[in-house]
Design a protein around this ligand. Structure first.
Ligand code: SF4
Length: 163
């Protein structure tokens, strides 16, 4: 499987989630959390038809200055940040230079949290190392250990991991 933004996000959130997704065990459509995420995404799209796709990447919003990604919560900022950096790197490879903006549109909160990220040469190098680590992880014969965190209850793989 090619490295993509979802795998990068999962790698930071939980290596086991990354491994399972990378090996095409997809249980996500049944997850309530994923459904909530999609609902927020679709609601936003109805009011702002600016989503675009480049190759297999769906970008939430691209302006002259920013690539903006919308997340449903700020529970895993590191994962969201690296996913966005990966998208910025893909854009850069196509000659499109942008800064990144993360918007966390949590349910029942009127004020959005916004974070800005920038792709530096050092982060580009780190992304390459991360991509290599993800490939090794996915090709490994061993399934990584469970996280055993409260956040597992919101994960699409909860039943697979714990029941
Ligand atoms: S349920 Fe927990 S351990 Fe299992 S894949 Fe999800 S986050 Fe990882």
């Amino acid at each position: 499987m090619e490295i993509n933004g979802t795998l990068i996000n999962y790698y930071f959130h939980c290596p086991r989630q990354c491994y399972l997704h990378g090996n095409r065990l997809n249980l996500e459509d049944n997850s309530e959390t994923v459904q909530v995420g999609k609902a927020i995404h679709e609601e936003r799209l109805q009011s702002d038809q600016s989503e675009i796709a480049i190759e297999n990447i769906r970008l939430d919003r691209l302006t002259r200055e920013y690539l903006t990604e919308i997340k449903k919560s700020d529970a895993d900022v590191e994962a969201a940040t690296w996913q966005l950096l990966y998208y910025l790197k893909i854009l850069k490879s196509k000659g499109i230079l942008r800064k990144g903006k993360l918007e966390f549109a949590e349910k029942n909160k009127t004020k959005k949290k916004v974070l800005f990220v920038e792709l530096t040469e050092e982060r580009e190098r780190e992304l390459e190392e991360i991509a290599d680590r993800i490939k090794n992880l996915i090709n490994s014969e061993c399934v990584p250990e469970r996280l055993d965190k409260a956040s597992c209850k919101k994960c699409a793989y909860y039943e697979y991991c714990y029941i």
